[in-house]
Design a binder for this molecule. Structure first.
Ligand code: NAD
Length: 490
């Protein structure tokens, strides 16, 4: 076992003790509070960061018709994340709903198993870690027969996409309810607009445009670990997890993490998985053979680059992202989806998605995810005089709506499985990112069958595990070199 620096080792020892205590509980069904009449849907949170805390809050805030719900376990690879999330949720919802004593707070790479082991059929496991771990947790949850809410992106590479599609066959067989955090798909305004577009209100779609352009955010830009007082003594793998937007294996990079919502909602407007989260046409594993029926883009070409290689203090960026991307996606029928992404200060900012048809134009995101300004126009500009439809009422919060929809399905045993759709939307991102990073035209099949970026995440044990990508002596990680590295991204 490699030596870990002292601060981290203390953390790990504390952690190991907790896991040992937890292991004694593993597999033991926790007692029902009210015996057979208890209809509480219990929730376990795996990944107690910003979104995990938000998703648990949504789970505990479902309408009375869909309650009661209760948080019963929390898991993470950082003790401080569990504590911070637990405090925030307890403060808002109280001990009754946040019933997670210390012996149900798990830390470690196998923490997810302990959290899931305490659930029973009908309960829900939330996965809000970096996306690379999704298939690992999903596999275990499906094996255990529990429902799942997993955040977007669902995969960071083709390997992950194939895993999710495969595991989901069993989830469907078991009638598990599986939600994916592409909450815009639950936006009431966008849903009404998608139906109108499918009905032909703006004619045939010929072009979609999406934009996600703003300054650097989240953990997408990283300086060498050794230069960071906060991270210099942290184990390499936990550092990469902490800065997951910087590492393509962990997140699909900023490309997947930031762009997937806009890209997916464009695919939706074009009809992908419209009304059927399980992909209503073609075979995602044999797209070349079934491309005429395939409702997602079949090819991408893209450009991108990193214009700024140092931060304001002159420290080098060592992450694997470009700071600008432009992608042309092509559908089997020739329709184009153009996506523009930029993470640079001082430039024009835009966060929007638009659709152009032969008879009109639609705006369905502008200035963020919510509220959606969903509206349709005659002609090709948003001229108010030419508006032919607008969502008539102010929109409810889609982050909450997606949870009410999930609980409705759980309580009333309605069909509900978004895993295929989430995996395919993630794969559209994998394809576009790969096109930018290699400088090649990338087909669906090429991206799906690309070499795995991190194939063995189910085998990770201690925090001294080898990270999937390693830095050179100066702390720099391998970066994409379009035109030079043509078959893989770095
Ligand atoms: N739907 C949305 O609009 C939306 C918004 C924000 C984030 N997200 C998604 O949610 C996910 C998490 O993002 P975030 O912003 O909350 O990040 P975060 O870093 O705040 O939280 C992630 C948490 O997962 C933990 N973690 C990492 N690997 C783990 C493992 N193997 N086992 C257990 N815990 C592990 C981390 O320690 C961290 O606490 C991402 O996929 C992100 O794209 C979605």
């Amino acid at each position: 076992m490699e030596k870990t620096p002292s601060t981290s080792r203390r953390d790990f020892i504390a952690t190991t003790g907790k896991i040992t205590a937890a292991s004694a509980l593993a597999g033991v069904a926790l007692p029902y509070v009210h015996g057979a009449v208890d209809d509480t849907v219990r929730v376990a949170l795996v990944g107690c960061g910003g979104r995990g805390t938000g998703a648990a809050d949504n789970a505990l805030s479902v309408s009375a018709a869909h309650g009661p719900t209760k948080l019963v376990a929390m898991a993470d690879v950082f003790d401080d994340k569990v504590k911070g999330s637990h405090n925030a949720l307890s403060k808002k919802h109280g001990k009754e709903k946040v019933d997670v004593p210390a012996d149900r707070q798990y830390v470690g790479f196998d923490a997810y198993k302990h959290a899931i082991d305490g659930l029973r059929k009908g309960d829900i496991a939330i996965f809000t870690t970096p996306p690379a771990f999704r298939w690992v947790f999903f596999q275990y949850a499906v094996q255990k027969g529990v429902n799942v809410f997993m955040e977007k992106p669902v995969t960071a590479d083709g390997f992950g996409t194939k895993k999710i599609l495969e595991i989901n066959k069993e989830a469907k067989r078991k009638n598990l309810k599986v939600a994916v955090g592409l909450m815009c798909r639950h936006s009431r305004a966008r849903t009404a607009m998608a139906e109108r577009i499918q009905n032909g209100d703006i004619g045939d779609i010929v072009l979609m445009r999406s934009y996600r352009m703003h300054g650097p955010v989240a953990s997408a830009h990283s300086i060498p670990r050794a230069m960071s007082p906060e991270f210099k003594d942290m184990e390499e793998i936990r550092w990469q997890i902490r800065r997951f937007h910087s590492f393509i294996w962990a997140s699909g990079g900023l490309f997947n993490d930031f762009y997937i919502h806009n890209i997916d909602e464009c695919c939706w407007m074009k009809g992908a998985a419209m009304g059927d989260p399980n992909n209503s046409g073609g075979d995602p594993l044999k797209v070349e053979e079934t491309r005429e029926k395939f409702p997602w883009p079949v090819m991408a070409q893209a450009t991108g680059g990193k214009h700024y290689v140092k931060n304001g203090q002159g420290q080098p960026y060592v992450d694997q992202n470009f700071d600008s991307y432009s992608v042309e996606y092509t559908y089997a029928d020739g329709t184009k989806l153009m996506h523009y992404g930029r993470t640079i200060e001082g430039c024009h900012n835009e966060f929007a998605s638009y659709v152009h048809g032969t008879k009109g134009f639609g705006v369905f995101s502008q200035g963020g995810h919510f509220p959606a300004p969903s509206a349709l126009y005659k002609g090709q500009t948003p001229n108010p005089k030419n508006q032919i439809w607008k969502f008539p009422v102010s929109e409810s919060n889609p982050y909450q709506d997606e949870w009410d929809d999930l609980l409705d399905a759980v309580r009333n045993d309605k069909p509900y499985n978004e895993a295929d759709r989430g995996a395919l939307a993630s794969q559209v991102c994998n394809m576009g990112r790969m096109a930018a990073h290699t400088g090649q035209r990338i087909t669906w099949d090429m991206a799906l069958n690309a070499e795995p970026l991190a194939g063995n995440l189910d085998k990770l044990m201690g925090f001294d595990s080898k990270a999937p990508v390693l830095a050179d002596a100066n702390g720099f990680y391998p970066v994409p070199q379009p035109g030079i590295k043509k078959d893989r991204e770095y």
